[in-house]
Design a protein around this ligand. Structure first.
Ligand SMILES: O=P(O)(O)OC[C@H]1O[C@@H](O)[C@H](O)[C@@H]1O
Length: 315
């Protein structure tokens, strides 16, 4: 790796070495690992990869995809705060999956609006965030959820659309609920797919009702496209309805492969054919690599910040 004129490095944890390697190579940054030690009582000790003088470069990129988020939020708190004291003047969080974005409103008095709390917490740690398809339903922009100077939201819809065009060139794209309309529109326009969106009501974690849109699904190769599968119940029910409406096949494409518990079994039982996802969350279904688009966004952000650094102090 050539010395980086941006004076930047990418820090990652030991369980994301592969993803860090891919991103670092695409962004042409040196990747360095943060050492973790877990004490017998569950507390964490981190050690950041400082240079011989005990310092970090001025631009630090922290890679952490925030599935299984609770402990990772503590790791980010420790790592980001320490990075500042060790010389980082600009910290970018690359979180291909950004957690806690779905709890964006208090449905009952006293309910915590996690999106605001976690968004505010992360905004207090870093100067920039790059993520993919953050679940922003009632909030229009990532900046509203996470008020940092640079909040960049990429999408997996177009790369997933490219994959679908190769695997199911005549697919009917279906979104399982109103929230998916944004991704369906992006993916459909890219390759001219027929498309439609269902109506969904959520009653509980694993309990949803769905109404199909007025479309002719009979005989069609349907691909359900969504931002994420968590319990898989949304996609499983949509699949059952589409199968009952005569769809020749139903495959699933998601940006975030959370697949909690028996989610994959539920999809299988419902009659889903193939399951494709981006590699924002490592999973056996990963079929679309996001390192290139993430690296492009990161490179241009660092260049912008590096340019600022020459003429004015970084915030
Ligand atoms: O039904 P599961 O997989 O649990 O939840 C995922 C769904 O719930 C929504 O917020 C997501 O956008 C997706 O449609």
């Amino acid at each position: 790796m050539l010395a980086d004129p941006l004076q930047a490095c990418l820090l990652h944890f030991d369980d994301e070495t592969d993803a860090a390697g891919r991103l670092a190579q695409a962004a042409q940054l040196p990747a360095k690992m943060i050492e973790r030690h877990r004490f017998p009582d569950g507390e964490l000790k981190l050690r950041l990869p400082v240079d011989g003088a005990g310092r970090l470069p001025p631009q630090v990129v922290l890679l952490r995809s925030l599935h299984d988020p609770n402990e990772k939020l503590v790791e980010l708190l420790l790592a980001a705060r320490a990075a500042r004291t060790l010389g980082a003047r600009h910290i970018t969080l690359v979180a291909p999956y950004l957690a806690y974005m779905r709890q964006d409103i208090a449905f009952a008095p006293g309910e915590v609006v996690s999106q605001q709390v976690v968004g505010g917490f992360l905004a207090g740690l870093v100067d920039a965030v790059i993520t993919v398809d953050p679940h922003l339903h009632r909030v229009a922009t990532l900046q509203e959820a996470m008020a940092v100077p640079d909040a960049i939201a990429l999408s997996g819809a177009e790369p997933l659309s490219d994959l679908i065009a190769r695997r199911r060139p005549h697919a009917l794209l279906v979104g399982p609920d109103g929230e998916s309309a944004q991704w369906i529109a992006q993916a459909a326009v890219r390759h001219g797919f027929d498309h439609a969106v269902c109506t969904k009501v959520r009653h509980g974690d694993r309990d949803v009702t769905i109404e199909l849109p007025p479309i002719a699904a009979a005989g069609r190769a349907v691909v359900l496209l969504d931002d994420m599968a968590s319990t898989g119940r949304t996609l499983a029910l949509a699949t059952r309805l589409l199968r009952a409406a005569g769809a020749a096949s139903v495959d699933v494409a998601v940006t975030h492969a959370l697949f909690a518990g028996d989610a994959l079994q539920a999809l299988n039982d419902a009659g889903v054919g193939e399951v494709w996802s981006t590699d924002c969350i490592p999973h056996a279904s990963n079929a679309v690599a996001m390192a290139e688009p993430l690296a492009q966004a990161l490179r241009s952000l660092l260049q912008r910040r590096g340019g600022l650094r020459q003429s004015a102090p970084l915030p």
